[in-house]
Design a protein around this ligand. Structure first.
Ligand SMILES: Nc1ncnc2c1ncn2[C@@H]1O[C@H](COP(=O)(O)OP(=O)(O)OP(=O)(O)O)[C@@H](O)[C@H]1O
Ligand SMILES: O=P(O)(O)OC[C@H]1O[C@H](OP(=O)(O)OP(=O)(O)O)[C@H](O)[C@@H]1O
Length: 222
């Protein structure tokens, strides 16, 4: 667990970092280093008792769960796959918005495959989300776990379909794939280590309140 005085916030480089910056600013916190130019993984902020650690997006819930960080920002997709044990989720930050969808090649007749009860080969990084979605529909699937470049799977014959994140749809279009089902809407969540919330209640509450103010109070968890 990080020291009781300081607050450690886990972020991933790229869109989560970029889209969290305005929320930090609203809380009066400026990050003093740019992760795109610095190789540092621990970034100081304008508040001596707040620091940012940079981790892989999929590792944010792990860091927060085990106390390597007190708080973190993570996509709902990543949170569902990781599981929420040990994590308090006070806020939907309404950033990094996208959706999880099923996509297939333009020439693949998904509706008929589903209607006929064929066994679908589905490649995805989001195995839990995909398993639950197809089980609820009563569709038999063979799930193939991938860690990236999901769009390649139907193009190379590895899979009939993919379950992946879609935002503008341009990645699907660029690879001649079409979205055939929308599984769920995604945004990023603030996650907090449950022990930290007790031990560092005042500074963490202050941060949650500032983030809540910056995102709109409608996003607050009950
Ligand atoms: N195109 C997108 N538009 C909006 N939000 C997105 C988009 N792609 C991903 N996200 C959201 O941002 C989060 C982080 O995505 P990012 O691409 O930074 O990491 P990643 O490459 O998926 O993770 P890792 O490096 O751990 O494999 C995702 O979990 C998702 O919630
Ligand atoms: O519908 P679109 O607007 O094209 O966005 C969807 C793409 O965005 C994400 O990739 P990202 O841009 O994060 O690339 P990366 O996963 O390789 O970092 C996701 O994995 C999709 O491939």
């Amino acid at each position: 667990m990080s020291s009781t005085a300081a607050i450690t916030l886990a972020l991933s480089k790229g869109r989560i970092f970029d889209e969290t910056l305005p929320l930090l600013r609203a809380a009066g916190i400026e990050v003093l280093e740019d992760p795109e130019t610095s190789r540092k993984l621990i970034l100081a902020t304008s508040q001596p008792d707040v620091r940012v650690v940079l981790v892989r997006a999929t590792d944010v819930p792990t860091y927060v769960q085990y106390g390597g960080a007190d708080l973190g920002v993570t996509g709902l997709d990543t949170l569902i796959e990781h599981g929420s044990q040990g994590l308090y989720q006070p806020l939907d930050l309404a950033i990094a918005r996208c959706r999880v969808s099923v996509a297939v090649r333009q020439d693949f007749d998904y509706a008929s495959a589903v209607r006929q009860g064929s066994r679908l080969r589905v490649a995805t990084k989001y195995v839990s989300i995909a398993r639950e979605f197809f089980a609820a529909k009563g569709v038999h699937v063979d799930l193939i776990k991938l860690y990236g470049s999901m769009e390649l799977a139907p193009l190379t014959g590895l899979a009939d379909a993919i379950v992946d994140l879609v935002s503008t749809g341009s990645t699907l279009r660029a690879n001649q794939l079409v979205e055939v089902e929308r599984i769920m809407d995604i945004s990023s969540r603030l996650v907090v280590n449950q022990a930290s919330l007790k031990l560092k209640r005042v500074p963490i509450r202050r941060l949650i309140d500032a983030f809540a103010g910056a995102t709109g109070s409608g996003n607050r968890a009950p």
